[in-house]
Design a protein around this ligand. Structure first.
Ligand SMILES: Cc1ncc(COP(=O)(O)O)c(C=O)c1O
Length: 393
């Protein structure tokens, strides 16, 4: 007799929409075709040299080969706390208000697992980064997705929700600069979120993965800058984009001590912490690599400009984003009937450009595609020239 392979949690996770495009990309590349990959938000730049050197040095020391601490070594927690003081004027206790995580994804998934239970409503904008919705579903909460044509409309819908719904949300889960829509907010938006959350006893989780990727002088605010934010909110900071350390898997959860303690408890059962040499190298990143972060930001800005100009020349005008590493583009009028998945397939077939179909980020992402700025300006120009040809045909 066969075991029952209808796994309870897996059934709730639909197959990854992006897999279709990834397969097409792999096939085209196997056939020696030159695909410009603007699909996944996977940074192409190298980690700054001093960070890599520190990793190598620390990896040679046998003391660093043992299990580390699941909540992160104290010196790394001190360092992130100092960065928050320096960059945002936010004071945090490194013992109770900061924890190291295995990237932002670990922080998101396990924090939800720790603090959300059956029936708890978690509100987040739609479209969204998939774990924002499926992390809630895996924790058996109710993912309540609210449209976000713009941040002000999201706030209005949230007000409405509090007014009309019998059960107030247990958590608001947001992320700005936003993936995939690239929308950005100012501190006043966060003040409103914290005001509503404090009034109704709702937790707030802010995923700050693009903390350092703001353009034209825009500096994305931290939600913890809002007075009293720590009473209800935590923020997740990731090393992946700010320091080109995506593969290293390091991030942090900062703020409300009760939520941090819950995450620490769950993680104490699940992991032994990030490999210690990676934590030691991350201290150097936070302490010495601010200049590298500026260069990374400038690089994305340049790529954004090249892509927006190229799309405009192709007859596809798109609003330039203020932040994030993406461009979120409504389908050109003539192709709207196809939907985002078919249009993305067409782009692969006809222009050899890989993008992410908006529908992969939720139903309200339909009608858009997302370009990730992960190829150099020359390659981006190559992509927009091919797109121009495709749109003319
Ligand atoms: C909004 C958002 N949060 C989190 C992540 C993942 O970050 P990390 O590499 O730290 O797990 C991403 C990656 O693309 C993201 O877009």
């Amino acid at each position: 007799m066969q075991p029952n392979y209808d796994f309870y949690r897996i059934q709730k996770l639909p197959p990854y929409v992006f897999a279709v495009i990834n397969e097409m990309k792999a096939k085209a590349r196997a056939a020696q075709q030159d695909v410009v990959d603007l699909g996944m938000g996977n940074p192409d730049g190298q980690t700054p040299r001093v960070i890599v050197s520190k990793l190598v040095e620390a990896a040679r020391n046998a003391r660093n080969h043992r299990y580390s601490q699941s909540k992160g070594i104290p010196r790394l927690r001190d360092e992130i706390v100092q960065r928050y003081a320096r960059n945002y004027g936010v004071a945090l206790d490194p013992e109770k208000e900061a924890i190291v995580t295995i990237g932002a994804k670990d922080a998101l998934a396990h924090l939800l697992f720790a603090v959300i239970g059956p029936g708890d409503v978690v509100v987040s904008p739609n479209p969204c980064y998939p774990i924002h919705q499926y992390g809630v579903i895996m924790a058996e909460g109710e993912a309540c997705t609210v449209p976000m044509p713009n941040p002000a409309a999201f706030l209005n819908s949230l007000e409405d929700l509090y007014r009309k719904s019998a059960k107030p949300p247990r958590m608001i889960l947001i992320s700005f600069p936003h993936n995939p829509t690239t929308q950005c907010v100012d501190l006043d938006f966060f003040k409103e979120i914290i005001r509503m959350a404090s009034q109704h006893g709702t937790m707030v989780l802010h995923d700050f993965a693009y903390a350092d990727i703001g353009f034209d002088g825009y500096k994305p605010p931290s939600i913890l800058e809002v007075e009293g934010a720590k009473e209800v909110a935590v923020e997740i900071f990731s090393m992946s984009k700010s320091y080109n350390m995506a593969g290293w898997r390091v991030g942090f959860c900062l703020g409300n001590p009760k939520m941090i303690a819950a995450l620490a408890r769950i993680k104490s059962y699940l992991d032994y912490g990030v490999f210690q040499p990676i934590q030691i190298a991350s201290i150097i990143a936070l302490r010495e690599c601010e200049e590298d972060t500026h260069k990374i930001r400038a690089m994305y800005q340049k790529r954004r400009d090249v892509l927006i100009q190229g799309l405009c020349r192709a007859g596809w005008p798109v609003e330039p984003p203020r932040g994030s590493m993406f461009v979120w583009a409504p389908l050109p009028e003539r192709f709207r009937h196809l939907g985002s998945l078919e249009f993305s397939k067409l782009m692969m077939e006809k222009a050899l450009v890989a993008v992410s179909p908006g529908v992969g980020f939720g139903p309200l992402g339909e009608g858009f595609v997302r370009f990730a700025l992960i190829e150099n300006p020359h390659r981006i120009r190559q992509a927009t020239t091919a797109i121009k040809r495709m749109l003319k045909d």
